[in-house]
Design a protein around this ligand. Structure first.
Ligand code: ASP
Length: 439
């Protein structure tokens, strides 16, 4: 049985945090493959090493002196090394990094050094083998992650390795140039390693005890989520619940490996289990609520639209031509509404409107902005009577006007559109009716 354990930046921000991580790893001999992030913030005013590296490389790229910035980064690592009393020097690594910065090795290379160096320290601290992610995580020439080549390389490389540290966040093209995932991408590396070694669980250690039913900035001390399915999580993550990088699900999902989100600062908490499927009922009918502000509704009217084959395609083509992705498309007999992100759409609205006129010949187009979308997600809603009724009566009691409703036939989620200004009130009302007031 193998566990892949990924530790986020705040779990590795200082020697003290490294010690907690060491204890967690040593507490379970199955925790054999470790994926570290770069050191994160030690307190609210601190700067993540990744951000320091980006800033330092910016100077290098502009031909400016970056010596002091690189020294400040080196100091962050030295503090960890000294705090752990390790006999390790990163002098050679920093010489190479300084040289490569001068030669403008690229910002991906620069950012990746955060994980690379932390990986070296972690391997030394644990006595595990260090495996450079650039050797085993492969990107194709078009910049996309190459899942299959990576899986083969990793599997072959780790086949006879008992315990290893593989830095998160980056890999390389076939020619060796380093490339990173998007920010927070160490979560993806952990998932890729879990797939390759066929782990029985992927533990993702961070600074919270898993997912919460709702955003704690809106709900005071919301309940935690014990178990959530990959599908539910996709819906919530898309709407802004951001404990885990949203692409981290895919590699393990194909193998049915569960993800356990855990808190490095509270290792006894069970955290959240993310699973393929479960017969465990969630504690409440809903699993979670998430939402985002800043949407725009484009209403398109055309008499007899329902009988015009291809009308929807033509309307959506107008958005596609302008590079705008749509979120939801609720429709009526003679109307169709397309929800888009306001900030993306704003600059192109007139081009889109004229394209809709040209392609679909509607009677009338009307644009309304400042919408918020709220997703109420839960496998428990399937075949449960009254869920929608409870949501809408709660919203009515809270004086929130519902502008849009969208429920897929999977019955996994209900999307509700409200005015931006009603967003927080609506989330509170939904949380209260399902979590605080149990009936
Ligand atoms: N260090 C990178 C970041 O700050 C990647 C990660 O932490 O997952 O985004």
């Amino acid at each position: 049985m193998k566990k892949v354990v990924k530790f986020g930046g705040s779990s590795l921000a200082s020697a003290e945090q490294f010690r907690k991580v060491g204890e967690i790893i040593h507490a379970d001999k199955e925790r054999t493959f470790v994926v570290p992030s770069a050191p994160g913030k030690r307190d609210a005013d601190d700067t993540k090493v990744t951000d320091m590296l980006y800033a330092c490389y910016d100077l290098a790229e502009q031909g400016e002196d970056f010596k002091n910035n690189l020294q400040a980064i080196k100091d962050r690592y030295q503090e960890i090394i000294d705090g752990l009393s390790l006999k390790l020097s990163l002098d050679d690594e920093f010489k190479v990094i300084g040289k490569n910065f001068k030669e403008k090795a690229g910002s991906d290379y620069a950012a990746s050094r955060g994980e690379f160096l932390n990986g070296i320290i972690m391997a030394n601290y644990l006595g595990y083998e260090f495996v450079d992610a650039a050797e085993v995580i492969r990107f194709a020439d078009d910049g996309e992650f190459d899942a299959e080549v990576t899986n083969e390389k990793l599997r072959a490389r780790l086949k006879d390795v008992k315990a290893a540290v593989i830095p998160g966040f980056y890999g390389a093209y076939a020619d060796g140039r380093v490339k990173t995932f998007s920010r927070g991408g160490s979560d993806i590396t952990g998932s890729i390693v879990a797939r390759a070694v066929k782990a029985n669980v992927y533990e993702n250690w961070t600074d919270v005890s898993g997912f919460l039913v709702a955003d704690p900035r809106i709900i005071y001390k919301p309940e935690g989520i014990e178990t959530i399915t990959y599908k539910e999580l996709r819906e919530l993550a898309y709407m802004g619940a951001s404990v885990l990088h949203e692409d981290a699900i895919f590699p393990v999902r194909r193998e049915g490996i569960p993800i356990n989100i855990r808190n490095t600062n509270k290792p006894d908490d069970n955290g959240t289990w993310i699973v393929e499927s479960t017969c465990q009922k969630s504690k409440y009918v809903i699993t979670g609520i998430a939402g985002k502000k800043g949407f725009c509704a484009v209403n398109i009217d055309k008499d007899m639209m329902n009988s015009e084959i291809g009308f929807g395609r033509k309307v959506l083509q107008a958005f596609e031509e302008n590079g705008i992705s749509f979120e939801h498309v609720p429709s009526g007999i003679d109307t169709m509404t397309v929800f888009v992100h306001q900030d993306e759409f704003m600059h192109k609205e007139q081009q889109v409107v004229s394209a809709i006129h040209r392609l679909a010949d509607p009677d009338h187009i009307d644009i309304e902005g400042d919408f918020a979308l709220i997703a109420v997600v839960g496998r428990g809603m399937k075949s449960t009577r009254g869920t929608a009724g409870r949501i809408f009566s709660a919203l009515a009691h809270a004086n929130v006007n519902v502008k849009m409703i969208d429920q897929g036939s999977s019955e996994l989620n209900i999307i509700i559109g409200v005015a931006n200004s009603d967003f927080e009130t609506a989330i509170k009302a939904i949380y209260d009716i399902f979590v605080r007031i149990q009936i």
